[in-house]
Write a protein of this length. Structure first.
Length: 124
């Protein structure tokens, strides 16, 4: 809706990007440096305009975005910082489904192990 000019949607998007910039600046202040800014998830993978807006004004921290690189599709890891930039800016594809599957298998294995131990303890 923001891309269709809806004022409240545009305001929400501006506030969202502003808050991300504040967090980047806060972490920079606490850590003393930033090695990389990483965008992930649906927005990080698919929303070049949001990635760009989140990094605008952070050039003083060494954070820049190359518009051409930023517009490319995110395969696994996409570097979108300008050449020679001090800070890497990355878009990273998530594998949420894989993580959910791996955690489910691990939980099932733990449940199976605890059932086996319970049966052994009951027999004693």
């Amino acid at each position: 809706m923001a891309n269709r000019g809806e004022p409240l949607a545009q305001l929400a998007l501006e506030l969202y990007c502003y808050r991300i910039k504040k967090y980047i600046g806060a972490y920079f202040a606490v850590l003393g440096r930033v090695d990389a800014v990483v965008f992930t998830g649906g927005i990080g993978e698919n929303a070049a305009s949001i990635r760009k807006q989140c990094c605008q004004g952070l050039e003083g921290l060494g954070i820049t975005v190359d518009d051409g690189k930023n517009e490319r599709a995110c395969a696994e890891v996409l570097e979108i910082q300008r050449d020679g930039a001090h800070v890497k800016v990355l878009a990273v594809r998530t594998k949420e489904e894989r993580e959910i599957a791996e955690q489910t298998v691990a939980a099932l294995l733990r449940a199976r192990e605890s059932e086996g131990k319970g049966a052994t303890n009951r027999g004693k």
